[in-house]
Design a protein around this ligand. Sequence first.
Ligand code: NAD
Ligand code: UDP
Length: 344
Amino acid sequence: MKVLVTGGAGYIGSHTVLILLEAGHEVVVLDNLCNASREALRRVERLVGRELVFVEGDIRDRALLDQLLVEWPISAVIHFAGLKAVGESVQQPLAYYANNVAGTITLCQAMQAAGVQRLVFSSSATVYGADAPVPYQETMPRGQATSPYGASKAMVEQVLEDLCRSNDLWSVAALRYFNPIGAHPSGEIGEDPQGIPNNLMPFIAQVASGRRNTLSIFGNDYSTADGTCERDYLHVMDLAEGHVAALAHITTPGIACYNLGTGNAFSVLQMVERFSVVNGVEVPYAFAPRRAGDLPAFWADPGKAGAELGWVARRSLDDMMRDTWRWQQRNPYGYRQGYATQTP
Ligand code: NAD
Ligand code: UDP
């Protein structure tokens, strides 16, 4: 199948492109590189020994999308492109709604005009909102968003629901990711945050490597076993495989939402301790005040994805720790410098 992958140069996108190529699909990536490096896709091509088509451009560029969908006989779209920093979304809500909501609408308009109506969308566990009981299940309604980023994901799900209701040629899977971490086991591709990492795992890895001094643990007075927040961390390779499973499933009309998580939760302290033990490195940390908007604990009920997509997260927490550290050690400064095989 020929698949258009928006945002395919990014963290989850690059791992998914690799799995798609390995599964024999042909891939066209559209990415404006606002938060990614072209190098990631060069490495994917080297790892798989197959080529992909890369188009540098924006999902809000309707003319480009029209041209692309005519030029390539695309069968389905996996849509990762978007902005994802929760704190930044509070500062710049218009940028988030323009990219994530308006951008998705432009993409769907172009797809509809071209008769390409199979879509896998990157949603998020954040759509369950602040008050949902755990574990999260897809039968629960979307809740009150805790940030413009979260609202943008919930809005897009609503747009896609309405679109599917209006026209039964559309078939959509909205994948609600929990906390993806880790990297390809080769250490060649991984998460490459710009500047100071917002997320826990890249921060732990950068502290362990000496690039940063101390991890701040945001809050140790939550109502959890050790007082720190608990999350459902899943390996990015498992998440990537979930997209290929969803792709095979979007053949019937309508939208289906799936939780992609392991069903297990670990605390921030457990994550730090496990990273240290598995990799034999120190991760100095200090407790800091709570981060605004953080929920104490949430995790997935992944049963629906298991039953309908045949997907389960197979990799262990130790795999996630080892693969994160291998990527960090081989690429201390991400794709930009410090790695022998990097293309000049
Ligand atoms: P990422 O930033 O690494 O990847 C997003 C990619 O989209 C980047 O390559 C960026 O350059 C590109 N992009 C952004 N705006 C674009 C635009 N207008 N046109 C074309 N390309 C554009 O992020 P990621 O972690 O790989 O996340 C992928 C998707 O999954 C995002 O939609 C994100 O919101 C969602 N998601 C991520 C997480 C997570 O923890 N990483 C959790 C839940 C959902
Ligand atoms: N966290 C932390 N220090 C950091 C980054 C994150 O203590 O430098 C905590 C954060 O408060 C949350 C957990 O780690 O409880 C996971 O945060 P992340 O941003 O990775 O994912 P989120 O669940 O917020 O999307």
